[in-house]
Design a protein around this ligand. Structure first.
Ligand code: C2E
Ligand code: MG
Ligand code: MG
Ligand code: MG
Length: 290
């Protein structure tokens, strides 16, 4: 009925198996946070200008008791539009703040960004939760917390989202628009939402050396961000060549496998010490003033 009178869908056994499996995964996820099966891996963001470490993006991984380590691509879409999506969002915020608290004690000043579902951001309760979570640490790290959001697909009235985002910004947190360039109305969102930082989608960045259209798009996005006085993070910096091209085009920050893959919290300290002797870093320092 949903797709109109004269249309029909044939449900194949395979789709049934898929949906049964998805239901099982959703049921499993409802226990996952409580059983500490979900962990965050952290991927560094560095300055392209001087290679300094700016912060880390926290990315969820689920140690499923039977299936092993699951990446977001195999579970985020399953919890979408369910209360688990909210539960995960709240958990990552709490987790990130606890880490920021430890870092603060150890003299680290890096930022942590977390991914929040666009549906979660729309809820009035979101800002209240954030305020409560921040107050545990007397709001000390609000300016170190960044919330990465994707386009609010299907939401035509952005008034609510803008309202919640402004409340959060008054608490001191920042917003990044993730995967810029892939949504159906990126410019509208960038223009209407109180976005602090723009993240160029990795798909454009990864191919920009071979594909001149992608290169033009990356250049255009950097110019746009500059015109609107917002810093840009390029994702998908897999090679030194890409990093140098981004530096040339004027991108501010870089994130990608060429710098580091997402890593467990316990590996961060070692990675920080090794970064300064990294080949990429040395090359960047050589090219910086050209
Ligand atoms: P994202 O926020 O755009 O994160 C970047 C993704 O690209 C991550 O994948 C990261 O591991 C991957 N990546 C980083 N550098 C490179 C590179 O140089 N090359 C390539 N090919 N890939 C790179 P991951 O961790 O699998 O996460 C996928 C997506 O899942 C994220 O995309 C984000 O949208 C979502 N996600 C992750 N954690 C959470 C979460 O806690 N909550 C929500 N709502 N979404 C999450
Ligand atoms: Mg992200
Ligand atoms: Mg992204
Ligand atoms: Mg993405």
């Amino acid at each position: 009925k949903e797709i109109g009178k004269s249309n029909y869908i044939i449900y194949t056994p395979i789709e049934n198996i898929d949906s049964q499996e998805n239901e099982k995964l959703l049921e499993d996820f409802s226990h996952a946070l409580g059983r500490s099966e979900v962990v965050l891996h952290y991927q560094p963001k560095v300055s392209l200008y001087d290679s300094s470490i700016i912060g880390f993006e926290a990315l969820s991984r689920w140690n499923h008791p039977e299936k092993g380590m699951l990446y977001p691509a195999s579970f985020i879409h399953i919890i979408e539009n369910t209360p688990q999506e909210i539960a995960l969002g709240e958990w990552v915020i709490k987790e990130a703040l606890a880490v920021l608290n430890n870092w603060h004690k150890n003299g680290y000043t890096y930022t942590i960004s977390v991914n929040i579902s666009p549906r979660h951001i729309q809820l009035q309760g979101f800002a209240d939760y954030l305020e409560k979570a921040l107050s545990i640490y007397s709001n000390k790290f609000a300016s170190k917390l960044e919330l990465e959001i994707l386009e609010v697909a299907g939401v035509t009235d952005l008034t609510n989202v803008v309202h919640v985002m402004n409340k959060c910004k008054n608490l001191g947190v920042k917003f990044s628009l993730d995967d810029f360039g892939t949504g159906y109305s990126s410019l509208t969102h960038f223009h209407r939402l109180p976005i602090d930082i723009l993240k160029i989608d990795q798909n454009f960045v990864i191919d920009m050396i071979e594909n001149s259209d992608d290169l033009d798009i990356v250049e255009g996005v950097i110019q746009l961000a500059k015109a609107l006085k917002r810093p840009v993070v390029a994702e998908g910096v897999e090679t030194l060549e890409i990093a140098l091209m981004l530096l040339y085009l004027g991108s501010d920050y870089a994130q990608g496998y060429g710098i580091a893959k997402p890593m467990p919290l316990d590996n961060i300290q070692d990675w920080i010490s090794s970064w300064k002797s990294n080949k990429l870093w040395k090359h960047m320092m050589k090219y910086k003033d050209i």
